[in-house]
Design a protein around this ligand. Structure first.
Ligand SMILES: CC(C)(COP(=O)(O)OP(=O)(O)OC[C@H]1O[C@@H](n2cnc3c(N)ncnc32)[C@H](O)[C@@H]1OP(=O)(O)O)[C@@H](O)C(=O)NCCC(=O)NCCS
Length: 205
């Protein structure tokens, strides 16, 4: 890692991950006004990754050294999802019960997701066992940091022996479509909500 703007994440980055997740959580845009609880998005899409496997989490820093972007993920989605269902989600299911008032369809959908859990996946069983989330605040976008974070992360999962990675992109997030395609990801599936992208990586383990 040779950039002064990227480093391994640590526990003290957790609050920043929550903040970035919210500020980019509406198909890449600010989701603040769509959720009663500003922590809810991060509870699902950012924090569990840092908690479970900090070695696969990296942060991008702004000019003042403040974490303003991240990449998080797992090299083993099946195992991660079991852990999420059994350990991470049960308290959140009590915290966000069914029929709780919501501010938006996005909040309702996340409530449902927390309640149901990630379920049985497909892509991890056919050569794409890893998955990731990458988000940068607007001030850090378009400077090559997304690509740099991605390179570091893909090297890490290759060293762990993962042969491929998949990820979901909301259909409204056309900017992310362009980014992933530039990195080399290809569409595996077009569900009604967007696209599932996949990328094969060369195993280094
Ligand atoms: C999507 C995101 C991670 C991309 O990171 P970034 O730092 O802005 O992208 P980079 O500057 O590293 O761009 C890397 C390359 O992709 C290209 N690229 C980026 N966006 C592109 C687009 N929409 N279309 C085509 N190419 C694109 C860049 O031109 C660059 O090309 P190069 O290899 O020739 O230099 C970042 O913009 C972001 O966090 N957006 C908001 C949150 C989000 O949408 N996250 C993804 C959720 S699925």
């Amino acid at each position: 890692m040779d950039s002064p703007y990227i480093r391994q994440a640590t526990g003290s980055d957790m609050p920043y991950l929550y903040g970035i997740c919210l500020k980019t959580g509406l198909s890449g845009l600010d989701a603040t006004n769509y959720y009663h609880d500003p922590l809810m998005l991060g509870h699902y899409y950012a924090a569990p990754y840092l908690w479970k496997d900090p070695d696969l989490c990296f942060v991008a820093l702004d000019d003042d050294g403040v974490p303003s972007g991240y990449i998080v993920g797992t090299d083993d989605t099946e195992h991660f999802n079991e852990w999420l269902n059994d350990y991470w989600l049960p308290p959140l299911r009590k915290q966000y019960p069914q029929n709780r008032p919501v501010k938006s369809e996005q909040e309702q959908s996340l409530c449902d997701r927390i309640r149901k859990g990630p379920g049985a996946g497909v892509w991890e069983h056919v050569g794409y066992p890893a998955h990731l989330h990458i988000d940068l605040l607007p001030k850090l976008q378009g400077k090559g940091l997304g690509k740099a974070l991605m390179k570091i992360w893909l090297d890490c999962i290759a060293q762990r022996g993962a042969e491929g990675v998949h990820l979901g992109v909301d259909g409204k997030n056309t900017q992310a479509f362009g980014f992933y395609e530039r990195i080399g990801f290809r569409i595996l599936e077009r569900p009604e909500w967007g696209a599932v992208y996949g990328l094969k990586v060369e195993k280094k383990a």
